[in-house]
Design a binder for this molecule. Structure first.
Ligand code: GRF
Length: 226
């Protein structure tokens, strides 16, 4: 009788850090519920950690039966103490990958260094343009013709680090901040699961300021919706 050699291997844990509504978390959970994901990657979303006790992402996680931890930054007297508790909570799950999916706290260089190469973030702009907040408004103010989203390895500078994948969205002349944000978000939901998949397969690895790609089809990590 043939036996599945991977049958007894527990799935590799991923931890997702959130602060808000959780639509990117939902996109990841949807991708992870696909049987191919399970079979090809042998990974699962083991836990969600929110720094906001009322984040919508908590409901998203609970609906999928995923463990939720709240580590409220306001309960700590320093960033260092907050990060220590965050690290303890992350390490409970021994994750192979930590995904910042709308996590709105800046992390220290020490924290980032500790998880180097397995900490990734999604940012709603085509980095290195528009790091920081209000990216859609700033893109409209700058009059750019294309905008988008980036998934990158986290480095000690905010919204920088080796780029894994990008999605490009055309800016329409009559776009408002809301319409542009909505179109970028749609692309984020395609981009993030794809980037996570390729990091988990080892096809994308962090090598300093750039990511190294191996056996990746052209266009796989650059989505164009123009
Ligand atoms: C997304 O636009 C993400 O790029 C940014 O924060 C937003 C989070 O949205 N970092 P959601 O909580 O995933 O819906």
């Amino acid at each position: 009788m043939k036996t599945d050699p991977t049958a007894d291997v527990p799935p590799r844990p991923i931890v997702v850090l959130v602060s808000g509504r959780g639509s990117n978390l939902q996109a990841l959970l949807t991708a992870a519920s696909d049987e191919h994901w399970d079979r090809d990657l042998q990974a699962c979303i083991a836990a969600v950690i929110s720094n906001q006790p009322r984040a919508g992402a908590i409901d998203v996680a609970q609906k999928h039966g995923v463990a939720v931890h709240v580590v409220d930054h306001r309960a700590f007297s320093s960033r260092n103490e907050f990060e220590q508790q965050l690290a303890v909570t992350i390490d409970l799950h021994q994750p192979v990958l930590i995904v910042l999916a709308g996590f709105m706290r800046v992390l220290s260089a020490e924290f980032v260094h500790h998880y180097a190469g397995r900490l990734i973030n999604i940012h709603p702009s085509l980095l290195p343009s528009f790091p920081g907040l209000n990216t859609h408004r700033r893109a409209l103010e700058a009059g750019v013709r294309v905008h988008g989203a980036t998934v990158h390895f986290v480095s000690k500078e905010v919204d920088s680090g080796a780029i894994i994948a990008q999605a490009v969205v055309a800016v329409d002349p009559d776009d408002t901040e809301a319409t542009l944000a909505a179109r970028v978000l749609q692309q984020e939901h395609r981009l993030l699961p794809r980037a996570v998949r390729h990091v988990l397969t080892g096809r994308v690895q962090c090598a300093g300021t750039r990511a190294v790609l191996r056996d990746i089809a052209p266009g796989e990590l650059s989505l164009l919706s123009v």
